[in-house]
Design a protein around this ligand. Structure first.
Ligand code: NAP
Length: 326
């Protein structure tokens, strides 16, 4: 593997731009190809990020011999198809969250990667941010004792019901778009749930506009989660243990600060600031896996991605939320 990993990006929307900006923080990464449904979008993206190959198709990115790794930034409904296409072309894939529309799709994608040994990872960027890395360390050290509960929410108000977020054909709704963040946080802390329960408000377009979720875990640990695309919530997360609590402050999935409160008294404000927009950390993990010849990340392994997709499926089944492509 060359010193510099040469990325190809599929899709030119908002997250593709953030990821491209994140890569500028890494000295050993370069974007060499961008793929779009339209030449004009590819050209515009390429101009902005100084990309050499500007393709008017996604396929041209994955078959481009100059591309070492593919980042998929299309709507959820295309993740499985795009990932399978890249894997078939022999390209390692970092795919945006939610990994796919449902667990069935996820299983087929994981199976394709495992049968070839090609690196595949869900782009759950939060997990790689310095404060979350430190949180994992603090929990492993037992600083707040035995962790018994998590409370976490992610909500913003998207006024217009036009576009991807509310469109069932693109896998719209709060759960798949942002509910996956607190669910992934619960999974990181407790592992897979043994009980899954949720209540959702299905809105005018038929997708979940807000959802309350409770996950139960084998040792009795609970996760109380909330996701919304109709209301701006506090966007905080609290990890609660037998000896104290850690509160991740506003916009916890991208934030840098937290407060540690111990039952014996004392509160400590902790900050783990980072440079760049934060998307470089998931890319750095992926690139390290690639260089080491690993087919999965230990921090975001495929069995966990599959379990998260199953949780999403279980919740949608309870709500009667089925997408047209299912
Ligand atoms: N990790 C994060 O923080 C984060 C944040 C936001 C979104 N995401 C995830 O990233 C994915 C993309 O989200 P986004 O917010 O970037 O969406 P977006 O702004 O709508 O961009 C999606 C891109 O996908 C391509 N596309 C292909 N078929 C499309 C279709 N039928 N409708 C719309 N776009 C289509 C388009 O690029 P071309 O026209 O150039 O082909 C479009 O620019 C989603 O799965 C989302 O969950 C992750």
């Amino acid at each position: 593997m060359a010193d510099t990993i040469r990325w190809g990006i599929i899709g030119t929307g908002s997250i593709a731009r953030k990821f491209a900006e994140g890569l500028t923080s890494l000295l050993d990464a370069e974007i060499v190809a961008i793929g779009s449904r339209s030449q004009a979008n590819a050209d515009e993206f390429a101009r902005q990020f100084n990309v050499f190959h500007r393709h008017a198709s996604y396929e041209a990115v994955v078959t481009n011999p100059d591309v070492d790794a593919v980042y998929i930034a299309t709507p959820h409904s295309l993740h499985a198809e795009n990932t399978l296409m890249a894997l078939a072309a022999g390209k390692p894939v970092l795919c945006e969250k939610p990994f796919t529309i449902n667990a069935r799709q996820a299983e087929s994608v994981v199976q394709a990667a495992r049968s070839t040994g090609i690196l595949l990872m869900e782009a759950m960027w939060t997990r790689f941010l310095p404060p979350i890395v430190r949180l994992r360390g603090m929990l492993a050290e037992g600083i707040i004792g035995e962790v018994r509960a998590l409370e976490a929410d992610f909500g913003f108000r998207k006024e217009s019901r036009e576009g991807r977020l509310y469109d069932p054909a693109l896998g719209g709704g709060a759960l798949l778009d942002i509910g996956v963040y607190p669910i992934s946080l619960a999974s990181m802390i407790f592992g897979p749930p043994s009980q899954v329960a949720g209540v959702a408000d299905l809105g005018a377009t038929g997708v979940d506009e807000q959802a309350a979720i409770v996950l139960g875990h084998p040792q009795g640990q609970l996760a109380l989660l909330h996701a919304s695309i109709r209301t701006h919530t506090f966007n905080e997360a609290s990890v609660i243990g037998t000896l104290g609590r850690i509160k991740l402050h506003r916009s916890w999935w991208k934030g840098s600060d937290m407060t540690l409160s111990l039952d014996g008294g004392g509160e400590e404000f902790l900050d783990f600031p980072f440079t760049g927009n934060g998307f470089q950390f998931e890319a750095a993990e992926f690139m390290e896996c690639l260089r080491e010849g690993r087919s999965e990340s230990k921090i975001m392994p495929l069995h966990e991605t599959l379990a998260i997709m199953k949780t999403l499926d279980t919740l949608r089944a309870q709500w009667g939320l089925k997408y047209p492509m299912e």
